[in-house]
Design a protein around this ligand. Structure first.
Ligand code: LMR
Length: 400
């Protein structure tokens, strides 16, 4: 009965790893998926994560019962505090409902499904470009996806004028997807002044902000600084949605641990929103897994573990920043044609190189370097040892 099926293409990001795994070359390099690697090119389990897991294992009172539909209560509270700030009036006034979801993707999907059922405007504006999964998540959730201008290839920076024009002409009430920090794939973020203008424009048109916060702590190395845009929007008393992921900032990729917070106008509305979120979640996956959320809660509630986490997080962010400098220096040393200053100006896990799909294909074919076809490279996958190889490949790609 399935004989008529055509083979579906691999995922544009995760498919890069599939191709990489098939390559027998000893010099191969995977700069596709945004996953942190050490200087030795190995995945990293944070020390604090190991310590928290040890605590969990030692605690014989822990059981494997189902979590409630909305997940681990303590985890939800701590996650809201992490993104909104411990002193957030919205939290103090009980206007925030937070549900544990399956990492960023699951949080976005639950939020999208909730909006499709209960919000009066079914159009969501996403930046152009954006993470490749965004349009698919929201389309399947039942929303109608439109784009707003974001990145200017000419300047390799923000198209702020285009962004203001497009959001300015969006219909009142439309949903707007915003990357909280470290925009994926471009690494280009608005300044705080520009965020303030975006906030004013959106509030004046009653546009509903839906933040995707996948990199808190990764852009600047500071959890608070990276949460600033979200806090500006929550600080004005208006509504918003926030999807959080601990994949990158705690290295909990495969644990699938994230959260969706919906900031409402009153405690009463928030509790009704939560009751409806449960109706979205129960038929989808019933309730979320317990292990990852328990790790996060153990770290966030313990002052020592929390401090140690911020130090490890900063070390990851700093290593990425140093990779940017090293790659930039290596291209300059080779006299590679072009202005590569965007490598050090962009922030977060990715550099949007400006290389086109032919150049990317060339680098994969000739140098065994794997990256997404839009020219995005994961700086977190690079090390001092592999920078020269990447610089050689880029140099060859732009000069051949
Ligand atoms: C990425 O953009 O590489 C990451 O967010 C991983 C993913 O799921 O695509």
């Amino acid at each position: 009965v399935f004989a008529h099926l055509v083979r579906a293409p691999e995922d544009p990001i995760l498919g890069v790893t599939v191709a990489y795994n098939k390559d027998p070359s000893p010099i191969k390099l995977n700069l596709g998926v945004g996953a942190y690697r050490t200087e030795e090119g190995k995945p990293l389990v944070l020390n604090v994560v190991r310590q928290a897991e040890q605590q969990l294992v030692n605690d014989r009172s822990r059981v494997k019962e189902y979590l409630p539909i909305v997940g681990l209560a303590e985890y939800n509270k701590l996650s809201a505090k992490l993104i909104l700030g411990a002193d957030s009036p919205a939290i103090q006034e009980n206007r925030v409902t937070t549900v544990q979801c399956l990492s960023g993707t699951g949080s976005l999907r639950v939020g999208g499904e909730f909006l499709a059922r209960h919000y009066h405007q079914l159009t969501i504006y996403i930046p152009l470009p954006t993470w490749g999964n965004h349009p698919k998540i929201f389309t399947l959730a039942g929303l109608s996806v439109k784009t707003y201008r974001y990145y200017d290839p000419a300047t390799r920076g923000l198209d702020f004028q285009g962004l203001l024009e497009d959001l300015g002409s969006a219909p009142s009430g439309a949903i707007v997807l915003l990357h909280a920090c470290a925009h994926n794939p471009t690494g280009v973020d608005p300044t705080i002044q520009q965020w303030e203008q975006i906030r004013q424009l959106m509030r004046s048109k009653a546009l509903l902000p839906f933040f995707d916060s996948a990199y808190q702590g990764f852009a600047s190395g500071s959890l608070d600084a990276d949460a600033q845009p979200v806090r500006m929007f929550v600080g004005d008393g208006g509504e918003c949605l926030v999807a959080q992921s601990y994949a990158k900032n705690m290295g909990l990729y495969g644990e699938r641990v994230g959260a969706l917070s919906i900031v409402c106008k009153s405690a009463d509305v928030a509790s009704r929103v939560e009751s409806q979120l449960k109706l979205v979640i129960r038929p989808m996956y019933s309730s979320p897994p317990i292990h990852g959320a328990s790790i996060v809660a153990a770290i966030l509630k313990d002052r020592n573990l929390y401090t140690e986490w911020t130090i490890e997080l900063k070390a990851m962010a700093d290593r990425i920043i140093s990779m940017r400098q090293q790659l930039f220096d290596a291209l300059r040393a080779r006299g590679t044609p072009g202005d590569w200053s965007h490598i050090i100006k962009q922030i977060g896990m990715f550099t949007f190189t400006g290389l086109n799909s032919e150049q990317v294909a060339f680098m994969t074919r000739e140098y065994h370097i794997y990256m997404t076809s839009d020219g995005r490279i994961s700086m977190a996958g690079l090390s001092s040892r592999t920078v020269p190889h990447l610089a050689d490949a880029i140099h060859a790609a732009v000069t051949s």
